[in-house]
Ligand binder design. Structure first.
Ligand SMILES: O=C(O)c1ccccc1N[C@@H]1O[C@H](COP(=O)(O)O)[C@@H](O)[C@H]1O
Length: 212
């Protein structure tokens, strides 16, 4: 079954909808410039709405250790997503220091971009393959931009991976078919306004991703 991550959950309605829809992973953004950013305390309050359930993922962009420490003091995470310019050594250091699996996001626009996967593979547990930020974008992700899904078709990706970037309830099934992705991640495509999750779109996205 396709793994589904709903990212940028920032209010109770979005959290409850992702839970009810059966998402596998929930992403909390700890990157202040994002419209989806949470404080550690706000994320802890949201996360405590349910025991167990989806894996809680902390999304960071070139974080200082102190930020990760502050987040982990407030709530447990199951996975650290690194969505900045962290190199393999930094990924390995974060994984070792915090004893948590790491998912590295990489921007993909052309076949050559997939060559970086081999360098990162020993240092990380998962990959998230996203579009590169479009010109003028101020965030490194969460821009509703897609890359050519055929770039990963038939490619051996050296870690479990999620496809991200511009996915929506209407496109996710075709994206999975074209890319061969074993999992998907979405933020903008399940929002009714930038940074505001839409429960109906979350339900529709998870259902569409799980279609046979
Ligand atoms: O969502 C954000 O605000 C964000 C900020 C900084 C880095 C990454 C971010 N989001 C990640 O980007 C992917 C793709 O987003 P979208 O679906 O195209 O909007 C998202 O799944 C998050 O993992």
């Amino acid at each position: 079954m396709t793994l589904v991550k709903i990212c940028g959950v920032s209010d109770p309605a979005g959290f409850d909808a992702a839970l009810a829809a059966g998402a596998d992973m929930l992403g909390f953004v700890f990157y202040p410039p994002s419209p989806r950013a949470l404080t550690p305390a706000a994320a802890a309050a949201l996360s405590s709405r349910a025991e167990g359930g989806p894996l809680r993922v902390g999304l960071f962009v070139d974080p200082e250790d102190a930020l990760i420490e502050a987040v982990l003091a407030a709530l447990p995470l199951g996975l650290i997503q690194l969505h900045g310019a962290e190199d393999p050594a930094r990924c390995a250091a974060i994984r070792a220091r915090f004893g948590l699996p790491v998912m590295k996001a990489l921007g993909i626009a052309e076949p050559a971009d997939l060559m970086a996967l081999a360098d990162y593979a020993p240092a990380v547990d998962r990959f998230l393959l996203d579009a590169k930020p479009p010109p003028g974008a101020t965030l490194p992700g969460g821009n509703a931009a897609a890359f050519d899904w055929r770039l990963t078709a038939g490619r051996a990706i050296p870690r479990p991976w999620l496809l991200a970037g511009g996915l929506t309830p209407d496109t996710v099934a075709e994206a999975i078919r074209q890319s061969g992705a074993p999992g998907v991640d979405v933020s903008s495509g399940v929002e009714r306004a930038r940074g505001v999750k839409d429960p109906a779109r979350i339900a529709a996205f998870v259902a569409a991703a799980r279609l046979p």
